[in-house]
Design a protein around this ligand. Structure first.
Ligand SMILES: O=P(O)(O)OC[C@H]1O[C@H](O[C@H]2O[C@H](CO)[C@@H](O)[C@H](O)[C@H]2O)[C@H](O)[C@@H](O)[C@@H]1O
Length: 400
């Protein structure tokens, strides 16, 4: 990553850019008035849910984390379960299984520094109804711990950094919370940049760390919006609002589908007063975040840079994730032709990833295969060093 871009504030100050970046305005509502400027003129008197119908939020909510049956209906009408498998296997021609492609991966990884990036929800832990109960299994934890023993490993999550650390509970990892807007890494990895978003701190063990928080100035705004959203969501049964410090999430997984337009419209109305915030869609969740030029892809580049591993042909980054926000990271790897993006999905969907895994259980198997491979090659290395020792000149000489 060009460190100049970390020096420059990622906050987008140009209102024109902010309008482009804000998701949710359908191009048809922008009417050309004169010259090159555009004004926002509603085409007709708005109805109750017109905003969220025209801006595509409702469509995005319907297709968010679709149940298996619905997704396959979209592809080919009524399908029997065998047909589901056929559709999935034909999709896998484009996104081959990372487990089945393992030999290809390790061939490319040989003599390279492998760096692992992991999303949390839907990747390390299964998707469950209650976000507070999205625990990873102890088997998965030991796989992540094992991987971190051999390769630099980072978790990049939409959750707050503290929350994801609490759920993962491993000190040997790097953590980036709030979709990469809150990155913590050891003080020894300081990059020589002078930026107000860079601060020194101490972690839970009292060790010196660096924090990179490109959306620091938004903390009070996010807190205010979070509180407003809690207030508006309290009358919608099943709605849940989370505060991630640099972004906030409104969950509708447990909301009756009939009330989805209501929840979308409420969030839309709150956001009208905050032109510097935008909305993105996750798995049955509306995510409100600052309009800044920062995402999980930028966080990957930043972490590689902090580890001194960017711009090197000797580095192989592997990013595993299941959500739309992970696409930013897949895109970075694909565009730079670096490493592998691996999409976790049990249903066919378009992605910028190269490979796929079906679910967290396959993620665990993949991580375990990486550990086994590393242990094998370290064993071979160790044995060949032993052999060299035993055939050392001194030993050979005594033989004479
Ligand atoms: O980037 P991630 O680590 O994948 O975080 C994305 C969101 O994950 C959580 O929500 C998702 O998982 C929940 C638990 O399985 C599920 O109930 C919810 O429907 C999913 O959207 C988390 O609660 C969100 O705040 C994160 O933004």
């Amino acid at each position: 990553m060009d460190l100049g871009s970390a020096n420059a504030s990622p906050v987008l100050a140009d209102p024109a850019l902010i309008n482009q970046t804000r998701i949710g305005f359908h191009s048809s509502v922008f009417t050309r008035s004169s010259g090159t400027s555009y004004s926002l003129i509603p085409k007709k008197k708005p109805g109750k849910f017109d905003d969220v119908l025209s801006n595509g939020w409702l469509d995005a909510m319907q297709s968010s984390s679709p149940p298996r049956k619905k997704m396959l209906k979209d592809v080919g009408v009524e399908l029997a379960s065998d047909d589901n498998e056929v559709v999935y296997y034909s999709w896998m021609l484009k996104y081959p299984s990372a487990l089945k492609s393992f030999d290809r991966i390790i061939n490319r990884a040989n003599n390279k520094e492998v760096v692992i990036f992991l999303d949390y929800d839907g990747t390390l832990s299964p998707i469950v109804d209650d976000p507070n109960r999205a625990f990873m299994s102890s088997d998965m934890r030991s796989a992540v711990k094992g991987v971190a023993k051999y390769f630099p490993t980072a978790i990049i999550s939409g959750r707050s950094r503290d929350k994801v650390y609490e759920l993962v509970g491993l000190t040997e990892l790097f953590y980036a919370g709030s979709h990469g807007m809150d990155i913590m890494f050891p003080a020894k990895n300081t990059i020589s940049i002078n930026h107000t978003n860079y601060i020194r701190s101490t972690d839970k063990q009292g060790k010196e760390v660096n924090l990179f928080q490109p959306a620091r100035e938004f903390i009070p705004m996010i807190d205010e919006v979070y509180r407003t959203l809690v207030e508006v969501a309290k009358d919608i049964p099943g709605a849940l609002v989370e505060n991630h410090k640099f972004c906030t999430s409104v969950h509708y997984r447990n909301v009756d589908e009939k009330s989805w337009p209501t929840i979308a419209q409420c969030v839309h109305d709150v956001l009208k007063d905050y032109p510097r915030l935008r909305l993105t869609h996750g798995r049955k969740v509306l995510e409100v975040r600052p309009v800044i030029d920062w995402d999980k892809g930028k966080a990957v580049e930043f972490l590689l840079e902090s580890l001194g591993l960017s711009n090197s042909d000797d580095v192989l980054p592997i990013y595993i994730g299941d959500d739309r926000t992970d696409e930013d990271a897949f895109k970075v790897l694909r565009e730079k032709n670096r490493g592998y993006g691996i999409l976790v999905s049990s249903v066919p969907k378009e992605s910028k990833a190269f490979l796929s895994l079906r679910d967290p259980s396959e993620v665990k198997d993949f991580l375990k295969s990486l550990i086994k491979w590393k242990e094998q090659i370290s064993g071979i290395d160790k044995r060949s060093k032993e052999a060299v020792k035993h055939t050392s000149p001194q030993f050979v000489f005594r033989g004479f």
